[in-house]
Design a protein around this ligand. Structure first.
Ligand code: GTP
Ligand code: MG
Length: 318
């Protein structure tokens, strides 16, 4: 069954449909939402919410299991966003996946933000060029989004970088609560602008600053989990890629090399589908290593941060 069903197929009063559509613009986002959230956001009773969610799942053909063979076919058919480094694309299975959260962790200057900029450009490119012909939503928690740098990187593909900048929606998140809210309210923006990439750069900064110490941990984890759930739901509902960045911590007991591990702890650690650790090498060289993914092997790729952006080879002037 296809995903073409929409609100017109839903059996409910026009008033309820209108309220639902206001908060959950597509049937897919309704089908993926917990009934309690629908009750809260649309002010309808719980049994109606449950009934409509079930109906939406049936209409979309998501109520019954599918075979693993069908799942594989669906996954292989999904396009990916190129990173502009063939080596990095290769270890990622062709690029950054849609329908999933991909996390890049690393110390300062390892290239997390540069990679995010590159993806914001590349998501706009044609399918043949490794893009998704969509737009990007960049959630900036550290005030490091640089339109000038993105424009500089865009010149490789266009003489009109402004056209690229027009398709990147930047939301400055001032605190953890704001960060969560931006994502929660992004349905409409995603739908009306064909957003195919959400960047959260970084996932960690507000949460670590606002919830220090062990006493605050349960609250922090709870909020992070809810945040991650919405991101994952958007990724699946709209077939878009979510790229998050994370800081690292030193931990002598770390299971990773070099006594380091990504911040935000175990609970968050289970949320991204693919986790990649970035580290610095000489000059502009960076090394990416997949360390946690259900379908990607633990492999390393070398890439460079050049004036033009992320590339395989070192810059010519280096
Ligand atoms: P934090 O946010 O501090 O944790 O670091 P990050 O991992 O986000 O680092 P970022 O992506 O900002 O990478 C910084 C590195 O990118 C710098 O050390 C430079 O090597 C490179 N870089 C940043 N801007 C430019 C630029 O305009 N031109 C070139 N050639 N390289 C740049
Ligand atoms: Mg950064």
């Amino acid at each position: 069954m296809t995903n073409k069903a929409d609100y017109s197929s839903l059996k409910a009063s026009e008033d309820i449909k209108e309220r639902l559509q206001e908060e959950f613009p597509t049937l897919i986002s309704l089908a993926a939402s917990p009934p309690d959230e629908i009750v809260r956001r649309c002010e309808i009773n719980r049994s109606t919410a449950e009934r409509l969610v079930n109906q939406a799942r049936k209409l979309l053909g998501k109520a019954e299991p599918i075979t693993a063979a069908e799942l594989l076919e669906q996954r292989l058919a999904k396009p990916r966003i190129t990173t502009s480094s063939q080596q990095l694309d290769e270890i990622l299975g062709g690029g950054v996946a849609v329908g999933a959260i991909t996390e890049f962790s690393g110390a300062f200057s390892t290239g997390k933000t540069q990679l995010a900029f590159q993806l914001c450009i590349n998501v706009q490119r044609s399918f043949d060029e490794g893009g998704l012909e969509g737009t990007a939503l960049f959630i900036d928690t550290e005030n490091t989004f640089s339109p000038a740098r993105v424009a500089e990187m865009s010149y490789s593909f266009t003489s009109e970088p402004k056209e690229i900048l027009k398709k990147i929606f930047v939301s400055r998140a001032y605190n953890a609560d704001h960060q969560v809210q931006i994502v929660q309210k992004s349905d409409k923006l995603i739908r009306s602008n064909d957003v195919k990439l959400i960047v959260v750069d970084s996932m960690a900064s507000h949460f670590r600053a606002e919830f220090p110490g062990k006493d605050n941990l349960p609250r922090r984890q709870q909020m992070l989990m809810a945040h991650a759930e919405v991101l994952q739901r958007l990724a699946e509902a709209y077939d878009l890629a979510v790229m998050t960045t994370n800081q690292i911590l030193s931990n002598p007991d770390s299971l990773l090399s070099n006594n380091i591990e990504p911040a935000l702890g175990f609970a968050w650690g289970h949320r991204p589908t693919h986790r990649i650790l970035l580290r610095k090498s000489r000059g502009t060289t960076r090394i990416a290593r997949i360390f946690d993914s259900p379908e990607l092997a633990e492999r390393e790729a070398v890439f460079h941060i050049t004036a033009q952006g992320i590339r395989d080879g070192p810059p010519l002037d280096y």
